[in-house]
Design a binder for this molecule. Structure first.
Ligand code: GP9
Ligand code: MN
Length: 416
């Protein structure tokens, strides 16, 4: 297993940014709070259902945050846990299965371990059983100091729905733990109410369901709104407790909530004839924002993804991590890798979207080429420019897989 030098060379040449962004170190020693919004996709942002705003709080928050409007989830079968793996490691989850289960004992260079050297206390808040997704093993292995799971909450019939504790009592009951936590801390909150099949009690529904042939999509909107209201509650609590001022707050969706089985209803909602493979890729966008108290809001259109979160956090904290192997780039850097790879090999670049052997123009959604053949029908012929990026994507995914399958970090000291 002497693949590491080759992979380091690739990362150095093709991934790492050669400059510091102007936000480097801006949040040095601040608390980092990551809020993972279960199944929240970006199409609900600044959108309405039955004439009602779906996410009024997020829409306001975006105005006061660094918001990335072209940010994609990169998860596979490991769902929430794949998302956690991406943000802590900037490695790709696996093409099948959940890396949290299959390679939970590997050696990693995860954020909690890295931040420990800078005196950070790391924890996760999630009102579910600790062994779900093998979290107890993975968290222990990657340096988390504590997991606030099911046992840390008062859970009863009244304050539960669907998968468990509702998001509002979840945040309400979490704040006391945060207040007594050693600072600086790195904490992740994972919500639960907006989980398939999107069940919600009548009293928690502020907006009406959608009306289509998909019960799933119909119910999605009121539960997304409930989670949006819970997030508002968290922000209020952070402000009241004084934690807000000393924190950077990152909010993001973990993965899609509405699968392609609901394409007919989705096309009705989005007012499209059909959901094409191009549209399907665009539906993999999830909300992502970095909220730094005192900073004015700004919206970025650059292509971004969950692979970029770890380098972004480290840069905000002013921590150089040059010896590490990561496949993402600081989101605030200008000099960034040209593509975001989805785990199935589809990718998004500035000019193209590639999926299912088809190359689309990202701006227009026009099909440019299919398979190895350029389309001969339009003036855009001879523009199968997806091919060179496709090869880079395949290389990068295979490097990441080699690290995980071979447990390659076990043999190398990547720390600083
Ligand atoms: C389970 C929660 C939801 O603890 O994270 O898991 P998901 O099904 O979204 O992976
Ligand atoms: Mn999830």
């Amino acid at each position: 297993g002497t693949e590491i030098p080759e992979i380091r060379k690739y990362v150095k040449e093709s991934v790492m940014s050669n400059e510091e962004s102007n936000l480097f170190g801006i949040a040095e020693n601040k608390n980092v709070i990551v809020v993972s919004l279960e199944s929240v996709q970006n199409f609900v942002i600044n959108n309405t259902v039955n004439g009602q705003e779906v996410t009024p709080f997020l829409n306001d928050l975006i105005e006061e945050s660094y918001y990335f409007e072209n940010f994609y989830h990169q998860t596979e079968q490991g769902k929430t846990s794949d998302h956690e793996f991406l943000i802590d490691n900037s490695l790709y989850p696996l093409p099948r299965g959940a890396v949290y289960f299959t390679h939970g004992q590997n050696e990693y260079n995860a954020l909690p371990d890295l931040l420990k050297e800078h005196n950070y206390y790391s924890s996760v808040f999630h009102a579910n059983n600790k062994s779900f997704w093998n979290r107890d093993i993975m968290y222990e292995n990657t340096g988390y100091d504590h997991f606030y799971g099911q046992d840390s909450y008062q859970i009863n019939e009244q304050n539960s729905v669907g998968w468990g504790l509702k998001d509002k009592p979840f945040f309400e009951q979490s704040i006391k733990y945060l207040q007594s936590m050693p600072q600086p801390f790195y904490s992740r909150f994972i919500t639960l109410t907006n989980h398939y099949p999107f069940e919600l009690d009548e009293e928690d529904a502020s907006i009406d369901k959608y009306n289509s042939n998909s019960k799933t999509l119909n119910q999605y909107f009121p539960t997304v709104r409930y989670t949006d209201e819970a997030l508002k509650l968290l922000f209020n609590q952070l402000k009241e407790s004084g934690i807000y001022e000393d924190s950077v707050i990152i909010v993001m969706g973990d993965h899609y909530g509405i699968s392609e089985f609901h394409n007919k209803a989705m096309s009705q909602y989005l007012d499209k004839d059909t959901i094409t493979p191009y549209d399907h890729v665009q539906l993999q966008k999830v909300p992502f924002l970095v909220h730094i108290p005192g900073h004015e809001g700004k919206t970025f259109s650059k292509i971004a993804g969950q692979i970029d979160v770890k380098p972004t956090i480290l840069n905000l904290l002013g921590i150089k991590n040059e010896k590490d192997i990561v496949f993402g780039t600081d989101l605030f850097a200008e000099d960034r890798k040209e593509f975001i790879a989805l785990r199935n090999g589809s990718f998004i670049s500035k000019d193209y979207i590639y999926t299912k052997d088809q190359c689309f123009d990202r701006e227009t959604g026009n099909l440019l080429a299919t398979g190895a053949n350029e389309l001969q029908t339009s003036s855009e012929q001879n523009e199968n420019n997806c091919q060179p990026i496709k090869e880079k994507v395949e290389t990068e995914l295979s490097y990441s897989d080699k690290i995980v399958y071979g447990d390659l970090f076990r043999f190398y000291d990547l720390g600083n």
